[in-house]
Design a protein around this ligand. Structure first.
Ligand code: FES
Length: 340
């Protein structure tokens, strides 16, 4: 996964205590290997500094990587792509984002073998459904990463599965040799450069009852799968999506934290959540991508418009303007007042 995400899997309810616990339990890891696997993606191996095992996780989990730059701290979510059965290290794939506010550039340009990082405990917002009779996985680009770990869970099991993997050209097909060696013709490749696209209707129209479909990748791919599945009558509970979307940039504004009695400046290239954290005020979070609901915050006043970028609040909640997800949303205003 990259530094942005949304999940269509039914959203989990906010549990601030659990979120605070996950935030508090950071682990110290050392980068023990880095490999460039495509022109844009680097594969990082992270091992516990004390040499012990890392916490258990299941396929689809992500971690938050804490990156301490010279002037600011980034906390970016990345999917774990290593086998859930091998806990001597975690592996993540990081795509250099053209529009990055700095997190992926920091990892690509400043993190080397031997660098020490902090990570949060793994959290799974994109888990495989245990009751599925068939699993259909659809990946676009770096969206392959959560599926690599899920395939470790699926491989050798009784439930049939298949992977559809779309990339812009063969050189951008990260981890393909590993997939081919392990999964053979269960992997179907689609290359934009060869005008070979997934036939979404053909794929989703005739799956057996009880099939679950999972999609991870760019917003366009996710939207195609979600709308096609809806058209063919798939129940929402059988359609799962995940997209890591970086918090968008925007105009600077001021936020007043009413309970802390604190005024905080939100610059154009820092998210609302990052700005609040930099001022020393804690907000619960899990995904930092606008999907889990943990960071939901009450808006007390705003002298402009909220810029909602999350996938958690309903359209009605967004238009009421009483709540905001500060991990990805901001405001077009001079002043925003939050119940923090
Ligand atoms: S941290 Fe998940 S929605 Fe903000």
């Amino acid at each position: 996964m990259t530094d942005t995400r949304s999940t269509h899997t039914p959203p989990i309810q906010a549990r601030p205590t659990q979120a605070r616990a996950a935030q508090a339990q950071t682990l110290a890891v050392e980068v023990t290997a880095i490999e460039k696997v495509t022109p844009l993606i680097k594969h990082f191996t992270l091992s516990a500094v004390d040499g012990g095992e890392l916490p258990a996780f299941s396929g689809g989990s992500h971690i938050i990587v804490v990156l301490r730059g010279a002037t600011r701290v980034y906390r970016n979510p990345y999917s774990l792509l290593s086998s859930p059965r091998e806990l001597d290290s975690y592996q993540i794939g990081v795509r250099r984002m053209e529009e990055s506010r700095g997190g992926s550039h920091f990892l690509h340009d400043h993190v080397t073998v031997g660098s020490r990082l902090e990570i949060a405990h793994p959290v799974n917002l994109f888990a495989l459904a245990k009751t599925a009779r068939k699993q259909v996985l659809i990946a676009g680009g770096v969206g392959i990463t959560p599926f690599l770990a899920q395939l470790e869970d699926l491989h050798g099991g009784a439930v049939p599965y298949e992977l559809h993997y779309s990339v812009r050209s063969p050189e951008h097909a990260a981890f393909l040799p590993r997939l081919r060696a392990r999964e053979g013709d269960r992997v179907r490749m689609y290359y934009d450069s060869e005008s070979h696209a997934i036939d979404f209707d053909g794929l989703l129209a005739n799956q057996p009852l009880g099939t679950h479909v999972y999609v991870c990748g760019p917003a366009g791919l996710i939207n195609r799968v979600l709308t096609t599945a809806k058209r063919w009558g798939w129940p929402d509970s059988h359609v799962h999506s995940e997209q890591f979307a970086a918090p968008p940039t925007g105009d600077a504004f001021e936020v007043f934290l009413a309970r802390a009695n604190l005024k905080v400046h939100v610059p154009p290239y820092q998210s609302l959540l990052e700005s609040i954290e930099a001022a020393g005020v804690e907000v619960p979070y899990l995904c930092r991508g606008g999907v889990c609901g943990f960071c939901q915050t009450t808006v007390l006043d705003v002298d402009g418009e909220l810029d909602h970028n999350d996938h958690f609040l309903s359209e009605a909640e967004k238009s009421r303007g009483k709540s905001i997800m500060p991990c990805v949303s901001r405001a077009h205003c001079k002043s925003l007042v939050l119940d923090l």
